[in-house]
Design a binder for this molecule. Structure first.
Ligand SMILES: Nc1ncnc2c1ncn2[C@@H]1O[C@H](COP(=O)(O)OP(=O)(O)OP(=O)(O)O)[C@@H](O)[C@H]1O
Ligand SMILES: [Mg+2]
Length: 328
């Protein structure tokens, strides 16, 4: 059967229209959409479908058989699940995670509760809805405070890492003002950082070559971890090793933890998991259920390249993975 694929894309969610963060994400989204459209078009009938309040009409008119989602939704706390929910309602099969997995992955605080239940190692944490809450005695400084429901480095800056109660209170207060509550406060894992790409489902999951990110050469003022500034301004100073130089033992425990995290949230087809390692123990920082796919820029396409999978092959592999799953 020759599929008609809908390439579902959006603009940055409305709240951030004028910010530097939004401009960066906007550019990334444009490039990704145009490139994927070109590639899919060589094999399938493809229609670009913009996400806004009129999307349902467009989807009904389009008569697509499969949706390729590049959308993080429009607004609100479960935005990443909006289009999956609409597609599910209309009975249109789609590539990638379902409504629940996207909602869980976007909400790092809830995802961590699920990780705990499934024995996925993750930094100890506390959730703050207000500044008056008392810090649990198990929480040891340095800590990192971040918006619970963001991604792409939004709200992650050098001063997100706090060293005492006063700094913590100040940071929690400013995050509560700027972003949707709650604020997630975690033990800051001082150690090596990795990111791990997964493609597939069930027993057929493929882990791409693991990537290590090293921030030693990043200017101190931006923070020596993956802050928004580091992500957007320090591409050259961030050293990337792929495949990461790690022992086979660490590789094994990392892969186990990553696969457990993927299954715990019920992810499908594709995801990328961020990891920090301390005392040879890999801690899952978060799972990105809609990983960036910008050619030459995003981590997952770079990892695929190292596995001998060129960008166009990667896009077709994602489509084939989903079709195989949908056919059962
Ligand atoms: N508990 C932690 N310990 C150590 N570093 C952390 C921790 N939490 C976050 N970081 C650092 O902050 C970075 C961004 O955090 P996180 O992945 O949660 O944010 P994000 O905005 O969702 O990222 P992405 O761009 O991958 O979507 C991490 O890559 C890591 O460098
Ligand atoms: Mg991350």
């Amino acid at each position: 059967m020759s599929y008609k694929i809908g390439l579902i894309y959006d603009r940055p969610h409305v709240e951030y229209k004028e910010t530097e963060e939004a401009k960066h994400v906007d550019h990334q989204k444009e490039v990704t959409k145009d490139e994927i459209y070109k590639i899919l078009n060589t094999k399938y009938n493809v229609e670009k479908i913009l996400v806004d309040e009129k999307t349902i009409e467009r989807l009904l008119k389009s008569e697509i058989d499969l949706a390729f989602l590049l959308t993080t939704g429009i607004r609100g706390e479960s935005r990443q699940s909006q289009i999956p929910a609409v597609l599910e309602m209309l009975g249109i099969p789609y590539i990638g995670s379902g409504v629940l997995a996207h909602a869980l992955a976007l909400n790092k605080a809830v995802a961590k509760k699920v990780f705990d239940y499934h024995d996925v190692t993750t930094p100890s944490f506390q959730i703050f809805y207000g500044v008056e809450e008392k810090l649990d005695s198990v929480m040891k400084f340095p800590l990192i405070a971040k918006p619970a429901c963001e991604g792409s480095g939004f709200g992650i800056h050098k001063d997100s890492v706090v060293h005492n109660e006063m700094e913590l209170k100040k940071k929690v207060e400013s995050l509560l003002k700027e972003y949707e509550p709650p604020v997630l406060v975690e033990e800051f894992i001082e150690g090596r950082e990795f990111t791990v790409g997964i493609i597939g489902n069930g027993k057929n999951k493929m882990i791409l070559p693991i990537m290590e990110l090293n921030f030693d050469d990043v200017p101190e003022k931006y923070g020596r971890f993956n802050t928004f500034e580091v992500k957007t301004k320090c591409g050259d100073e961030t050293k990337v090793f792929c495949p990461a130089p790690i022992t086979s033992e660490l590789e094994k425990t990392m892969k186990e933890n990553v696969l457990k995290a993927f299954d715990a949230l019920g992810c499908r087809d594709i995801s990328r998991v961020d990891i920090r390692v301390k005392d040879d123990k890999p801690y899952v920082i978060e799972i990105n259920s809609l990983p960036g796919l910008e050619p030459l820029y995003s981590d997952l396409p770079k990892m695929a390249e190292k596995a001998g999978i060129a960008y166009d092959q990667l896009i077709f592999k994602i489509v084939d993975t989903a079709i195989e799953r949908i056919k059962g």
